[in-house]
Design a protein around this ligand. Structure first.
Ligand SMILES: NC(=O)c1ccc[n+]([C@@H]2O[C@H](COP(=O)([O-])OP(=O)(O)OC[C@H]3O[C@@H](n4cnc5c(N)ncnc54)[C@H](O)[C@@H]3O)[C@@H](O)[C@H]2O)c1
Length: 325
């Protein structure tokens, strides 16, 4: 049984990770400023410290006696980075350096959230980890900065880290009311109520949608793989889905006709995003990812439960092991 610090543990991904750690018998410490997270997401039995990851004293306290850190706290929004360049930088890169520095002092490994946003628009699809990185947003640039500082941490301080380049993550607890949330939670929320969805452009843009259960499995598997070489791993499915196909599938699952409000394409939006998962699959021994349809059913079931007042329910097991898959 280990004692694990999860920064951002009251958020979407962090709360699922905390739950998985708890279920395997670990003691969880959460550091979260509750800016987008909620205490209703807190892992049972977890110690919660409310505040900013840039608060050195709080971070020191949070690190007391821990064996490892999962660093997920960030302002997870490209759009916020446009409006508040320095504020998001402080949370996303300065905050990560603060966490790495605390881990250096505590002599513990760090698995941290990076993003597919590091790739930018170029590159050969599917994107693998050896391809050139060229972020097009402050958010992506800061995530790339996290990877660079992790590499420095390994080189200069002998720290063990692993960076996880999440693609489009979806699943229960992703708040459809948040302006920064993913397209799946918004589509699910609207279509299950029989409402039209907004699609920007022609709907043929594609994304690599990965279920949060697969993200948690990758995070857990990455901890033993953390090293001074500061490896980075794509966390994706390798399956492209167009936004229109996504809307059609969710409408079908909801048993509702699809009505679309067609909107002009958004400037700067990447046409296609697709990851190659071979490196993570082979190095971390990951099971096959959850099929999109099953992930959508799981997400819709959660929205139904939430509508009935049981907010934290999840209809299918979120974390599958290779043996169980
Ligand atoms: N959801 C995705 O599709 C996706 C894709 C790529 C990368 N990521 C990354 O994964 C991580 C988790 O994302 P998420 O989707 O769960 O987002 P989220 O907003 O649900 O969770 C982030 C958590 O961090 C907390 N937080 C923010 N700034 C903080 C600060 N300065 N100090 C302490 N706590 C702070 C928030 O309150 C929240 O609980 C982030 O690092 C994000 O950039 C997410």
């Amino acid at each position: 049984m280990a004692r694990i610090l999860v920064t951002g543990g009251c958020g979407f991904i962090g709360s699922h990770l905390g739950q998985a750690l708890y279920e395997r018998g670990d003691t969880v410490v959460v550091l979260d400023d509750l800016s987008t997270g909620s205490t209703s997401n807190l892992t049972p039995g977890a110690r919660l410290l409310v505040g900013d990851i840039n608060d050195r004293n709080l971070l020191e306290d949070a690190c007391q006696g821990v064996d490892a850190i999962f660093h997920l706290a960030a302002i997870a929004s490209v759009e916020r980075g446009v409006r508040d360049w320095t504020g998001t930088h402080r949370a996303n890169l300065s905050g990560t350096i603060a966490v790495l520095d605390a881990a250096r002092v505590a002599r513990v490994p760090v698995v941290y959230a990076s993003s597919a946003a590091v790739y930018g628009a170029g590159g050969q699809l599917p994107l693998d980890e050896s391809q050139a990185v060229s972020p097009l947003s402050a958010y992506g640039a800061d995530k790339l900065g996290c990877e660079q500082h992790a590499r420095v941490g390994g080189h200069v301080h002998g720290m063990a880290t692993a960076g996880m380049r999440f693609f489009n993550v979806f699943g229960p607890r992703q708040d459809p009311r948040s302006p920064y949330t993913g397209v799946i939670s918004v589509f699910c929320d609207r279509l299950r109520r029989g409402q039209p969805v907004d699609i920007f452009g022609d709907g043929r843009q594609t994304r690599d949608f990965v279920h949060v259960g697969d993200v948690v499995a990758a995070l857990l598997a990455a901890l033993p793989a953390a090293s001074t070489a500061a490896p980075v791993f794509n966390v994706c499915t390798g399956q492209p889905t167009s936004v229109l196909r996504l809307a059609e599938t969710i409408a079908e699952l909801c048993g509702t006709p699809l009505a679309v409000n067609w909107r002009p394409g958004r400037a700067g939006e990447i046409a296609h995003s697709l990851g190659e998962r071979a490196k993570a699959r082979d190095a971390l021994l990951l099971a096959e990812p959850m099929p999109l349809r099953a992930g959508l059913q799981n997400t819709l079931a959660w929205l139904d439960e939430r509508g009935n007042g049981t907010a934290l329910g999840a209809a299918v097991p979120l974390v599958r092991t290779a043996a169980a898959a």
